[in-house]
Write a new protein. Structure first.
Length: 87
């Protein structure tokens, strides 16, 4: 995939995540303030579940892409898996 396409895809994913998160925060705000009817609350809840899944998927994709550049024995940099466990 050309670099421009990869950059565009990364930007799209970031925007999707950010938009989903903002929408989710707005739903939570409305529900906490009691601005919604019961029916609207149920619809908002369903939308919130969908948005949460979108955010989780985006975070999982990002985690899979995270690499740490380490210097190998040849003095060159190569990607290494990101270790999420703390020592």
């Amino acid at each position: 995939m050309p670099e421009a396409n990869r950059t565009a895809q990364k930007n799209e994913e970031a925007i999707d995540f950010e938009q989903s998160l903002r929408s989710l925060e707005e739903i939570v705000r409305k529900m906490e303030q009691g601005e919604l009817t019961l029916e609207d609350s149920l619809e908002a809840f369903e939308e919130g579940v969908r948005l949460t899944r979108n955010c989780q998927t985006a975070l999982q994709k990002a985690e899979q892409k995270v690499n740490i550049l380490v210097k190998n024995s040849d003095g060159e940099f190569s990607p290494a898996e990101f270790n999420t466990t703390s020592d």
